[in-house]
Design a protein around this ligand. Sequence first.
Ligand code: IMP
Length: 178
Amino acid sequence: MRTAPGERLEVLVRAQDIQSRVQLLGQHITQDYENKELILIGILKGSFVFIADLARAIDLPLAVDFMAVSSYGMSTKSSGVVRIIKDLDESVEGKHVLVVEDIVDTGLTLNYIYSHLKSRGATSVKICTLLDKVSRRQIAVPVHYKGFEIPDAFVVGYGLDVEERYRNLADVCQVVQS
Ligand code: IMP
């Protein structure tokens, strides 16, 4: 893919590896949620590619909803306080919620979303992330389904961006300044 001036992309996780991992996650989720009312909640914007593939790898009747959040700013981000930009369309009460996230970094955003959804009367709340930067974690969040653990590098592609660029890459790549 063409890059912005001064940027080079290095593939960290190949598209075909992502695809096989997503199929496997879909099989596990299918087994775990059989006969349960499942709702996938994608966290916008980064999860839009992952949730599209994951939903099709799950062989169950399910619902899909989205939330968008943003941090209040640098000072409050460290406390994990986030603002809901787009809330859910449907109630999660009595449903089994699976949060679908692109990447867990410090864990602050997901920690907030997790507590928020639990307080809304969901029967269960679990987390599925494509990528996990374990070494960056500041707060423990329960990650139930995980695609890949990656090192502490800024990555783009498969939904992830830098200033809105590269979300449409099929691979997950590291951006290198050249
Ligand atoms: P956390 O609250 O620090 O866990 O941040 C999670 C959010 O930060 C993710 O949902 C992404 O939007 C963003 N993020 C963290 N690391 C990266 C990265 O390497 N590339 C792109 N976005 C990232």
